[in-house]
Design a protein around this ligand. Structure first.
Ligand code: ATP
Ligand code: MG
Length: 451
């Protein structure tokens, strides 16, 4: 009896191995309340005042311990989604498979509030062992066991400034190690997206995946086939917009996770011709993310798949298709392959097609066409794309420079540029035969149509 009490209070077994959580005081971990977003503090304070347990958990605690700036703040609580919703006016319950509450602050700041999950017998799985529903509530200890990696299972209590650590996450932080909680095979099988999360978090946070966690990864990639395309797409976005996209993709390749089941990655990582172009596009995106500038999903995906489109386009022309229909058919062909596995939402594929279809139009520098192109709503994206192509060596640098100048030139200067480029007055241009030195894509004519 006394033994049991001692064990409960001190969390020690006879052997000296801790059983319960390790409670780490602020003097040891160093996270100050002031480092937590005020919106997250409002959520934990209010929940605690109402008598519930509430902690900041997951990525934010992990990132602060690693000396990084957290992207967002997640809260874990003993309150059910309905109880959370009842406390916050601007909140809504979302998700079916995994019900959580979004509490909104200001214009668009969202704190994700998750109820402690219970033991695994409350989960509904498919034949492959993948969790389909996970809405059985539990206590903090059970919740910790259900999280993916030890460094993601650290709970920070803003009221006491203590970190609660059930799975030696603090040790792994110190060792810069990413280790899954529990049996790796079972945990990856439950949710194969964890395979991708492992690669992304390791690359982004410069952590080493522990040997035990890493071993089964390459052999389990097939399981991603089972994951709904929309969820894969979301994970792909997280990866591409992590600010470390290039490293993340390479980590995927290193873990053997890019073959077959993820066509987009095969394309990106195995096309030597396009590798430089893709790298430039990703570097560009990483840079913008780090500078907190907006990024365009459609633009980046257009870049990732451009060399596929180019190859298919060339192929179709070689088989006798006319350039313009060949381009449009090539675009559809490439998108179709991607859609099977990676449901690219329509709004993005529309942008992708627009950016692609504009490319041949940049070849036309005579008459009214350049002026029409300037007015195209996607001109800027199209031009940025051309500039990237030129930088990678695939498009003519002189062409990109011409458009750089043409955009900002005064009216008369523009006319002057046209004449100079064409070597003939604009009016006569239509009857003139194309010079052999001009790029063949001009034959594509107004590939984008008159939008
Ligand atoms: P970041 O937000 O920086 O991408 P994160 O770890 O916070 O990283 P989220 O997707 O915000 O990622 O998830 C919050 C927390 O929820 C994680 O830290 C982890 O504890 C838990 N979690 C997320 N996804 C899973 C999963 N697939 N399986 C188990 N636990 C998960
Ligand atoms: Mg997070």
């Amino acid at each position: 009896m006394i033994q049991k009490l001692i064990r409960r209070v001190f969390g020690k077994r006879k052997s000296g191995k801790p059983t319960g959580p390790v409670v780490v005081p602020v003097q040891q971990h160093g996270i100050q309340r002031s480092e937590i977003a005020s919106s997250a503090l409002k959520v934990t304070d209010k929940l605690q005042e109402a008598g519930y347990e509430a902690y900041v958990v997951g990525g934010a605690v992990r990132d602060l311990l690693l000396g990084k700036h957290p992207k967002d703040f997640d809260v874990a609580t003993s309150a059910t989604p309905e109880q959370v919703h009842a406390l916050f006016r601007r909140s809504r319950i979302i998700g079916k498979r995994f019900r959580i509450v979004h509490v909104t602050f200001g214009r668009d700041e969202v704190i994700e509030v998750t109820t402690f999950r219970g033991d695994s017998d409350g989960q509904v799985t498919d034949d492959a062992g993948r969790i389909l529903h996970d809405n059985v509530w539990g206590n903090q200890e059970q919740d910790a066991r259900r999280r993916d990696f030890t460094v993601n299972a650290l709970y920070y209590n803003p009221a006491t400034q203590e970190v609660i650590d059930y799975h030696r996450g603090m040790d792994d932080i110190a060792a810069k190690r990413l280790a899954i909680i529990g049996d790796p095979v079972q945990r990856f099988r439950e949710d194969p997206v964890r395979l991708l999360r492992a690669a992304r978090l390791a690359a982004k946070l410069e952590l080493t995946i522990s040997e035990e966690t890493r071993k089964p990864i390459a052999g389990m990639g097939e399981l991603l086939q089972n994951v709904p395309a929309a969820r894969l797409f979301d994970e792909m976005l997280k990866l591409l917009f992590s600010g470390h996209a290039w490293q993340c993709l390479h980590q995927l390749r290193e873990e053997g996770l890019h073959h077959g089941f993820f066509p987009l990655l095969d394309v990106i990582l195995e096309q030597p011709m396009g590798e430089r172009f893709v790298q430039l596009a990703l570097d560009n995106t990483d840079q913008r993310i780090r500078e907190d500038k907006p990024v365009s999903v459609g633009f980046l995906f257009a870049a990732l798949l451009w060399h596929e489109v180019l190859a298919a386009w060339k192929d179709r022309q070689a088989k006798g298709e006319l350039p313009t229909p060949a381009l449009f058919d090539a675009m559809d062909q490439v998108l179709e392959v991607q859609e099977e596995k990676l449901a690219i939402p329509r709004r993005y594929s529309v942008t992708m097609k627009e950016v692609w279809a504009l490319q041949p139009r940049f070849e036309q520098r005579a008459g009214k066409r350049p002026f029409r192109l300037l007015e195209h709503p996607r001109f800027r994206a199209g031009y940025d794309f051309l500039a990237l192509r030129a930088e990678s060596g695939e498009a003519d640098t002189e062409l990109a420079q011409w458009w750089e100048r043409f955009q900002v030139a005064e009216g008369s200067e523009r006319e002057h540029m046209l004449v100079k480029e064409d070597g003939a007055p604009a009016k006569k241009r239509r009857r003139r035969k194309r010079k052999p030195s001009e790029p063949a894509v001009e034959a594509g004519g107004d590939a984008g149509g008159n939008e």
